[in-house]
Ligand binder design. Structure first.
Ligand code: NAD
Length: 273
């Protein structure tokens, strides 16, 4: 089964489930992507900062899959904000990936104290015009950062990739996204593995004859989120994609809804970078 697509506000489509490759080494990336493509994944989420773009590019080529069947995301790192620096960093990423274009390019963090993300965003708009990036988005932007971006350029990101999992549900940001037709993409969707032991999740998993990871991934899908769980273990990569044969019911969704602690695992976007 293929993952369903979410249509972005620029008309492009992104698979709702993809593979995250943070903390995946150059050596691990090839086998992990081969297992993912075999399982049906077509979307890969990397970043310049993950230091594995070379291997991702090689694995994409080795897959033999048509380029237009794949969805490759990479991200601009914090040390390359600004108009010219962004264009240069993008060239470097594209070269490492051995691609002619990326499907989605994200500003990885706003780094508000640098006050340069708007300049980077203008460079993103140019890259989109040139067709070297199909869609442009951001990551870790809070409401005020999004307001600045939209206010100064008139261009809303198609996606905001943010920390989101049952213990950090991001309701307020999610409502803002809806108003502006920004799709929400969940990073650390499994809470980096920390919520797999949760007893509520465990009971729901048992009820559906599924694993805790599958229940959490299904929760993201049932909430209309784009989700990019990470694993380098072939059996888990496969397990995390075997989520299209069940749905959570309202009772399950209500119970998981109550697990929100507004608890971040990752850094605070206001101060990070
Ligand atoms: P995650 O929530 O996807 O958890 C991954 C960990 O959960 C694995 O390392 C493994 O320990 C465990 N796991 C995965 N599948 C499992 C299974 N089926 N059974 C048991 N354990 C399992 O964590 P993540 O890697 O932090 O997030 C996913 C992706 O999100 C990253 O790889 C990256 O692409 C992206 N991300 C982006 C940002 C950002 O700033 N934009 C930050 C963090 C992560």
């Amino acid at each position: 089964t293929a993952a369903p697509f979410i249509t972005l506000h620029d008309g492009n489509k992104i698979p709702q489930l993809g593979l995250g490759v943070w903390q995946v080494s150059e050596a691990q990336a090839g086998p992990a992507l081969a297992a993912a493509f075999e399982a049906g994944y077509r979307s890969i989420d990397t970043a310049a900062a993950y230091n594995n773009e070379e291997s991702i590019g090689k694995a994409v080529k080795a897959s033999g899959l048509d380029r237009d069947k794949l969805f490759i995301t990479t991200k601009l790192w914090n040390d390359a904000h600004g108009y010219d620096a962004t264009l240069k960093a993008f060239d470097a990423s594209l070269k490492k990936l051995h691609l002619d274009y990326v499907d989605l390019y994200l500003i990885h963090w706003p780094v508000p104290k640098q006050k340069l993300f708007v300049e980077s965003w203008r460079a993103f708009a140019k890259l989109k015009e040139e067709g070297r990036v199909k869609s442009i988005g951001v990551s870790n932007f809070n409401i005020p950062h999004l307001q600045t971006l939209i206010g100064e350029t008139g261009i809303a990101p198609v996606v905001n990739q943010i920390e989101l999992h049952p213990q950090m549900q991001q309701q307020e940001l999610g409502s803002f996204h809806k108003e502006h037709k920004i799709a929400t993409e969940s990073w650390s969707p499994l809470g980096q593995g920390t919520i797999l032991q949760d007893t509520t999740i465990g009971a729901i998993a048992k009820k559906h004859h599924k694993t805790p990871a599958q229940v959490i991934i299904r929760w993201h899908l049932d909430n209309g989120l784009i989700v990019i769980p990470k694993s380098v273990t072939p059996s888990r990569i496969k397990e995390n994609f075997a989520v299209f044969d069940f749905r959570l019911d309202n009772d399950d969704l209500g119970q998981i809804g109550r697990l929100d602690k507004k608890h971040r695992i990752g850094p605070d976007p206001e101060t990070f970078g």
